[in-house]
Design a protein around this ligand. Structure first.
Ligand SMILES: CC1=C(CCC(=O)O)c2cc3nc(cc4[nH]c(cc5[nH]c(cc1n2)c(C)c5CCC(=O)O)c(CCC(=O)O)c4C)C(CCC(=O)O)=C3C
Ligand SMILES: [Fe+2]
Length: 407
């Protein structure tokens, strides 16, 4: 377990990040203050495993996409364009089965470690929905839930949107007065999340060596979901002046968190091999800037390399964004360039990851001091309770959220 509390570290670890007038050390303000950490034991009744959800057959695809894009008035014709990825796989996303497996693995590990907490599962965009999971918990007499989202980083899509949707679902279920929901901290730098990537990259590098490639011929691409620059700039604690990245993009907490994890995994598993952080799955109008470079452009621009290893550092399981955008599209881009290409595994139900989730629950149940919690990067242990205004999406207007400091 490595915990960094040295306030000078983030500036160093920011490495390629330009200062851009930013006070980089303040990036650890949250790690230093400890104010948003709950270091007193808390009793919970159940765990709420929350995910994105996905269609499970051709007839589900458009209703699912309407849910994902609700409130934005996107016509079905446009949704059909996104639907092709799902249609290609029989209209079935693997994400729900992956969450069923994760739920079973988490229940088994909780039992093995003597943690007597049931797990209920609900999705933001498909059955079983969040409000159904909350009603199920209520029917079993559970009033205090600790939520785990299947999303490790800080941004609107990966954190705040869950917190807003929980608020909505509590209201739909009529449970606002009876049920309390807290959220485990952003866990992108927890050892349990990082370990599967380290192992996967180590194995892929060994394979590349066996195939005859020298270190200087290999490039590691850490891939994550692109998000609008607007969202990126607002990701994380709003009182922190987050540094711009090497491209001068205002990356907020989201880009810096990914950069630090990538740097850590590269140092552990591929020392001396070139790497970069790249983005995928961009959508939205062309006029709206999103984080770059796109993985396909990055592959096109690789000079002098013969092998590329893609590490899906932004994702928990091999869902559609991994199966399509990486295993179909990016792989084809690389093969068209004559490159040898491997994509390393996501955490899935890796024992280290599942064990890490149990740790994240226990640190709240036990009120574990921050100094005894796992964090392998310089930003340190993320707060248990999101700051007011954390990860807001101003394009869509304010929506109330729970599991954070108000508003
Ligand atoms: C950061 C991030 C994650 C990672 C964090 C996490 O894992 O939660 C993520 C995950 C996922 N995204 C998913 C699917 C979709 N995302 C969409 C749209 C968008 N995602 C965004 C961001 C993210 N998304 C954004 C900024 C948009 C634009 C619209 C908007 O401004 O909100 C759309 C709409 C169509 C389109 O616009 O392409 C779909 C269908 C699935 C399910 C896959 C499956 O079914 O297996 C998963 C796990
Ligand atoms: Fe998405």
């Amino acid at each position: 377990m490595t915990v960094t509390t040295d306030p000078k570290k983030p500036a160093e670890a920011a490495g390629v990040f330009l200062e851009a007038g930013a006070v980089v050390p303040s990036a650890t303000a949250h790690a230093q203050s400890g104010k948003a950490h709950v270091e007193v034991p808390t009793r919970y009744d159940a765990i709420l495993l929350s995910s994105f959800g996905g269609p499970e057959g051709q007839d589900d695809v458009i209703p699912f996409l309407r849910n994902v894009t609700r409130g934005r008035g996107i016509p079905d014709e446009r949704l059909e364009e996104v639907a092709v990825h799902y249609r290609h796989f029989g209209g079935r996303s693997p994400i729900n089965d992956q969450n069923r497996e994760l739920k079973a693995a988490l229940e088994a590990r909780l039992a093995e470690r003597g943690v007597d907490l049931p797990v209920v599962w609900g999705n933001r965009n498909w059955h079983p929905y969040l409000n159904d999971a909350m009603l199920e918990a209520d029917a079993a007499g559970h009033a205090k839930l600790l939520a785990i989202a299947t999303s490790a980083y800080s941004s609107y899509s990966s954190c705040r949107q869950y917190r807003e949707d929980w608020a909505d679902a509590l209201e739909d279920a009529g449970l606002q007065q009876r049920m309390q929901i807290d959220k485990v901290r952003a866990f992108y730098n927890h050892e349990g999340f990082v370990t599967p990537f380290v192992e996967g990259l180590r194995a892929a590098v060994a394979e590349a060596h066996d195939a005859g490639f020298a270190d200087s011929e290999i490039e590691v691409l850490f891939a994550t979901h692109s998000i609008p620059i607007d969202d990126a700039a607002r990701s994380g604690d709003p009182s922190v002046e987050w540094p711009a990245d090497a491209r001068g993009q205002t990356g907020g907490a989201y880009a810096l968190q990914h950069h630090q994890v990538s740097e850590h995994v590269a140092a552990e598993a591929a020392p001396g091999i070139a790497w970069q952080l790249v983005y995928q799955s961009r959508s939205g109008p062309a006029s709206q800037p999103w984080l770059e470079p796109d993985i396909n452009d990055a592959i096109d621009e690789l000079a002098g390399r013969k092998a590329v290893i893609i590490v899906p550092i932004g994702f928990i399981s091999d869902h559609m964004e991994v199966m399509w955008d990486l295993d179909e599209e990016a792989t084809e881009t690389a093969e068209n360039r004559g490159l040898w290409v491997r994509r390393t595994p996501t955490p899935g139900v890796h024992p280290a990851f599942v064990d890490g989730l149990v740790d994240l629950v226990l640190e709240r149940v036990e009120g574990r001091p921050v100094a005894e919690r796992s964090a392998v990067t310089a930003l340190g242990v993320e707060p248990d309770v999101c700051r007011a205004g954390c990860c807001e999406n101003t394009r869509r207007g304010f929506r109330p959220a729970i599991a954070g400091l108000q508003p």
